[in-house]
Design a protein around this ligand. Sequence first.
Ligand code: GUN
Ligand code: FE
Length: 450
Amino acid sequence: SKQGSQERSLQVFTGTFVHSTQVSPVQILNDHILGVDKNGKIVFFEASDKEEKLSETWHFNKKDIRVLQPMKEFFIPGLVDTHIHASQYSNIGTGLDLTLLPWLTKYTFPVEAKYKDLKFAEDIYTKVVERTLKNGTTTACYFATIHTDASLKLCDIVDNYGQRALVGKVCMDINDTFHKYKEETSHSLEETQRFVTELAKRKYPRVKPIVTPRFAASCSSELLKQLGLFAKHNNLHIQSHISETRPELEITKRLFEKYENYTDVYYQHNLLTDKTVMAHGVYLSDEELKVFHREGAAISHCPNSNISLCSGLLDMRNVLKHQVKVGLGTDVSGGYSASMLDAIRRAIDTTKILSVQSPGYEKLSYKEIFRIATLGGSQALGLDKLIGNFEVGKEFDALLINVDVPNSAFEMFPGETNEDIFQKFLLLGDDRNIEEVYVAGKQVVPFLES
Ligand code: GUN
Ligand code: FE
């Protein structure tokens, strides 16, 4: 296993913690003390002047406390990537000269077809899990490929490295442009069932299956129906893509003529639930957003991909006004970065571009976008009782940030406030500043050599 063995009964940290709550997009809490029990749960989080009292209650000694360096080190919650194609990692940073549909045909389907080869799958999946963890993604919602055994391999690797994830075996029974990458309708359902059964046998504590019809345009109504019923009867998470580009909308309209709109296609097939996360949603109407709100379904905002494939700009303010749950996604490799810090920056760019286009537009602040990347992502994946911030009772998924490491991408100047330093980390920081990563109290970065 790549995870440190920390059988200590209690871990205690003191210093600065930065996180979001429902009420406040960013709270910077100096001189705080946080305790994590052996199950990875946060058992106390208070001002440091409570230390003495806490040490009596929880039986820890001063020498066992990890003290963070003031103004240099702080904890933030782990970043939640609500949409990433693990399989497309081998294409990252290439092939972004096309728009979505020709891009799928020319670059994406051919690379996904390669995951029939388990050795290839293992190699790339190891790399993507290592990369995302180092970049601070403690929870990822992955698309794999149509291959069940390779998808299970991704689950094994995620568990071995100690990441938290939802993993989806991709389902698609229509592909008119790259014929060898699709399944028979009944096979797609049977293999999804086998994937869920085999994953359950492995008893991984933090890796869950997610039912994954690729998108309406690559699935027959029969397949969507079967997957919807399977998800419903087993209370499973669901992910797909929706309303990402205009040509895709046209195709979907033609294929599903009798439905009111794109959202209605998924809704009528039992695929729009409070455990659903749909990527993109750039062209959703207000009417459709109301249905998302009513059903409790979430949107994954993937700004790098939306710009890289020239898909469009999501109006996240309008999504929030409709009280629809929203998280951020990298959408590798439609998005060219596997870093959630990049997703934060591209989301900031997107909201600013929208405000240039429409004077008076109420843009999102960087603080709101940080909340969406952490607490928002946890809500979008239905994990907000478990993760998303440092509330007592949640599991400790956290990044130890150090802004003062050699060769990092930014410097510190005199007079900077904690808020300046935090903003600077979001805009200029990278994995060199992410010193340690914790999932459920376990240190998972740096990796232990095995
Ligand atoms: N729509 C259907 N498949 C895909 C995919 O792989 N990436 C993106 N960005 N959109 C999709
Ligand atoms: Fe995608």
